[in-house]
Design a protein around this ligand. Structure first.
Ligand code: HEC
Length: 184
């Protein structure tokens, strides 16, 4: 029993690792549905940062290889805190930063360097957004490389996104454990 559990976990991890930095559908950049664009407003300044994930380097002593910072508008955040669900059209942006790591007076610290890319999710409970192969399971889904805001390389969200988000199914496919501001 225990053994088969271990085998399944290893298979799952291999799957996650395989999808980790690959856009698996290998889609050439295309104009994304307008609703899925990176917001034109200055979300880093005007929205609320829900939380940060640091993805460690292969040798953890080297610090973090990426920092992931997640943002949402204050209005949508408050709607969630009041109702427990995100309103249709609510946008979540995840910045993926390459890092620099240095010994500071706090210790070995990693901090944001160049922007590697951005992930956007848009709440779409009714599936009305018309985001085609980038819409389903209650959300629209897209990834943008570097500074790009409109041209996505996401083909089919089920291949490019959902496999990795499946473990968070119980929390609407979001990794809520990383967002202190959403805790009650
Ligand atoms: C390699 C696995 C993986 C893939 C592929 C992936 N994600 Fe994620 N995503 C995660 C994990 C894990 C988190 C939270 C932890 C982190 O960012 O390190 C996350 C967080 C996010 C967040 C912040 C909100 C949340 O879910 O907590 C957004 C937005 C997001 N992903 C969008 C996408 C979109 C859109 C795609 C497809 C284009 C995608 N992701 C593909 C694993 C993945």
């Amino acid at each position: 029993m225990l053994k088969s559990f271990v085998v399944i976990s290893a298979a799952t991890l291999t799957l996650l690792a395989a999808t980790a930095f690959a856009q698996v559908t290998k889609t050439a950049p295309l104009d994304v549905e307008p609703v899925l664009r990176v917001p034109s407003e200055d979300y880093r300044k005007n929205w609320v940062q829900l939380g940060t994930f640091s993805v460690l380097a292969d040798k953890p002593a080297d610090g973090a290889k990426e920092l992931h910072q997640v943002y949402m508008s204050r209005q949508n955040l408050e709607a969630y805190l009041n109702t427990g669900t995100f309103p249709d059209g609510a946008v979540i942006v995840k910045d993926v930063w390459n890092t620099k790591t240095d010994v500071l007076t706090t210790g070995t610290a990693s901090f944001a360097g160049e922007l590697s890319g951005r992930f956007v999710m848009v709440k779409d409970a009714g599936g009305k957004l018309g985001a085609g192969p980038r819409s389903g399971d209650g959300w629209g889904w897209a990834f943008f490389k570097g500074d790009e805001r409109k041209r996505t390389i996401t083909g089919d969200y089920k291949v490019d996104c959902l496999t990795c988000h499946e473990p968070a199914r119980k929390t609407d496919l979001l990794f809520l454990q990383g967002y202190p501001v959403l805790r009650k």
